[in-house]
Design a protein around this ligand. Structure first.
Ligand code: SAH
Length: 267
């Protein structure tokens, strides 16, 4: 079983995920995630470093072929920049492993937890991009950032910074600032659901990227995202589609046979 533990607090872990961990003989995962779990003494723990995802996946599959009940754990959702992809990639490398019964227990991903704290920033089309260039060239990250701006998506940035790649977040913001309006709402959601959670609301023009670390999920608004100022408001960020007219002006309307759209309406 590949299990998502959610972003931190127990109430954001699904009952299925808890049951999968409880019924495992062996738990495999990145050290800090595994430490969150109160494992029993009869359960074997295989904690490893962050960068060895394929090794961890192969270990889990090897244990499974030995008849062990293995839970491979990830923070958040295991299918979002996490272990599920590594396990399925590893499965292809050994014909024995193709026979293993693998299931995925989903989890609340950081982007959803952050969005819930902020209001409704992901209420319309959005995308998620990891700024880590461990597994892909930086040029691809830049191409996807540009494409996301071109499509006017709300953008959730995972893995925004690390000690090994301190300049990437600045480069990403330089690119975004070249294309998007300085007033675009931006949120830094750090350690959401944990004791040291912090939320920073700012704009693209004013954002201080030195505040962003590896525990931060960054949300960049679309042209339709806005703050709703309310006294003591908990939910200030909202992406609105009703004002979308300006975005689609000049496009052909697919319902009206080639008519052009002006001010959000068919002519
Ligand atoms: N599988 C995880 C993501 C792993 S990538 C998930 O679905 O959430 C690691 C990145 O996720 C971090 O660099 C950060 O950008 C984000 N992240 C994970 N947990 C977080 C949390 N509690 N608060 C804010 N961001 C978080």
């Amino acid at each position: 079983m590949i299990v998502g533990l959610g972003p931190g607090p127990a109430e954001w872990m699904t009952p299925e995920a808890s049951a999968s961990v409880a019924s495992a003989t062996d738990v495999v995962g990145y050290g800090p995630y595994v430490e969150r779990l109160a494992l029993r003494t009869d359960q074997r723990l295989h904690a490893s470093d962050n960068r060895v995802e394929m090794d961890r996946a192969c270990l889990a599959l090897k244990l499974a072929t030995e008849g062990r009940a293995v839970a491979v754990v990830s923070g958040g959702d295991p299918g979002v920049f996490a272990m599920a992809a590594a396990v399925f990639e590893a499965i292809e490398t050994d014909p024995q492993w193709l026979k293993i019964d693998v299931a995925v227990a989903p989890g609340v991903t950081a982007m959803q937890a952050a969005a819930a704290r902020l209001g409704a920033p992901l209420g319309h089309d959005f995308c998620a991009i990891s700024l880590s260039d461990n597994l892909k060239p930086w040029a691809i990250v830049e191409r996807r950032l540009r494409a996301a701006c071109d499509g006017d998506f709300v953008i959730a940035l995972y893995n925004p910074a690390s000690k090994a790649r301190p300049v990437r977040i600045t480069q990403a913001f330089d690119l975004l600032r070249n294309v998007k309006a300085p007033a675009t709402p931006v949120a830094f959601a750090r350690a959401v659901g944990r004791a040291d959670e912090t939320l920073t609301l700012t704009t693209l023009g004013e954002a201080d990227t030195s505040r962003i670390d590896m525990a931060t999920l960054v949300i960049i608004g679309s042209s339709e995202t806005r703050f709703i100022p309310r006294d003591g408001a908990r939910h200030p960020l909202f992406t609105d589609l009703s004002s979308q007219g300006s975005q689609i002006d000049g496009l052909e309307c697919d319902r009206c046979d080639g008519l052009r759209i002006r001010s959000g309406q068919c002519e």
